[in-house]
Design a protein around this ligand. Structure first.
Ligand SMILES: [Zn+2]
Length: 83
């Protein structure tokens, strides 16, 4: 699971957890907006446009939290970085 209920914040109700180890201590890095042609051919690729937030957890795993759009549907997900 990438999103868990947060038990101490009333403003932000859910955590984004690491998709590799499940750790809830994660950090936001670079934010990118990727068009559909570029996203189809890279390591986090899907079809469609993406907003991609590069993140790390405190166990040093790298991943991207992605908001993607394709053919009228919008998805969220977290994908580990391919090494
Ligand atoms: Zn991790």
């Amino acid at each position: 699971m990438i999103v868990q209920e947060c038990d101490y914040s009333k403003e932000y109700r859910q955590w984004i957890t690491c998709p590799v180890c499940g750790f809830e201590y994660t950090h936001i890095g670079l934010v990118e907006i990727i068009d559909h042609e570029a996203s189809a051919n890279d390591e986090y690729g899907t079809r469609g446009n993406q907003v991609r937030i590069h993140m790390t957890c405190e166990a040093d795993h790298e991943f991207a939290f992605i908001v993607a759009h394709n053919k009228g549907n919008t998805f969220i997900g977290a994908k580990p970085r391919n090494i």
